[in-house]
Design a protein around this ligand. Structure first.
Ligand SMILES: [Zn+2]
Ligand SMILES: [Zn+2]
Length: 247
């Protein structure tokens, strides 16, 4: 048996998902993590140590701020993270200042462009580092483990999986990577055939809904029904890129 903290959310997500079941899982997890980092844990020394070192990506900083709760906590956390940054950034940038060319010395050993690019890479690594993204990735991986385990061991779950109605494109890729990691060749063969069928069906439906959406602009179709195409654009955007439907 897999741990309940992972099986319960997975089973919830596959019960009548609205759109991609993995997006549903990811969004629920995202909310929990936002609550966690704005909650009492924010003052715990080991939590602060990680938030100081890693910080948050743009998306998660905006989400933390837009929650409009515990702005004091967010302020304290940002303050120590920035203090950490102040200590590290100056030496890193100073180290990349090119030596001025003079008649005696024609540059340093390393090309100055390499040194500037290196300093930029260090900053970029920092920008891309995010405590919440890291924990999301790790937990999504646990969820994948459960999905593949249940898919192979529990026929009821397999049938729910097959009737789930398609995944967003980023999560199709995640499922394929997961299949490579968690399934043997025979299991992968059944799983990927299944996934291909589910995905083709849902993409074709989406494609046709978008087409009908565009045809509704033709005056000859003005009085005809929208069928399932009224929200075809936001559903397509969600299907292509994942996340929530744009409002
Ligand atoms: Zn998704
Ligand atoms: Zn993030």
């Amino acid at each position: 048996m897999k741990e309940k903290i992972y099986t319960i959310p997975v089973n919830d997500a596959f019960n009548q998902p609205d759109g991609c079941a993995l997006c549903g899982l990811e969004q629920a997890l995202n909310q929990q993590l936002l609550d966690y980092y704005l909650g009492p844990s924010l003052m715990e020394p080991d939590v602060r140590q990680t938030t100081n070192a890693k910080g948050f990506c743009r998306e998660h900083l905006n989400q933390l701020y837009n929650r409009e709760i515990n702005r004091l906590g967010l302020g304290l956390m940002l303050h120590t993270h920035m203090a950490d940054l102040v200590d590290r950034l100056e030496p890193e940038m100073k180290g990349s200042i090119p030596a001025a060319r003079s008649g005696l010395f024609n540059g340093r050993k390393k090309d100055y462009r390499d040194m500037l690019n290196l300093a930029a890479e260090q900053i970029e690594r920092r920008i891309n580092s995010c405590v919440i993204c890291d924990r999301m990735d790790a937990t999504m991986d646990r969820y994948l483990d459960v999905i593949f385990y249940e898919y192979c061991a529990d026929p009821a779950f397999k049938s729910r999986f097959e009737n789930v109605g398609g995944f967003c494109l980023p999560h199709v890729a995640l499922l394929l990577r997961g299949a490579a990691r968690y399934l043997n060749q025979n299991q992968a063969s059944v799983f990927v055939a299944d996934l291909t069928e589910i995905q083709s069906k849902s993409l074709k439906e989406l494609r046709d809904d978008v087409e009908w959406f565009t045809l509704k602009f033709d005056y000859r179709n003005h009085d005809k029904s929208w069928k399932n195409s009224k929200d075809a654009l936001p559903r397509s955007i969600r299907g292509l890129r994942g996340g929530q439907k744009p409002e």
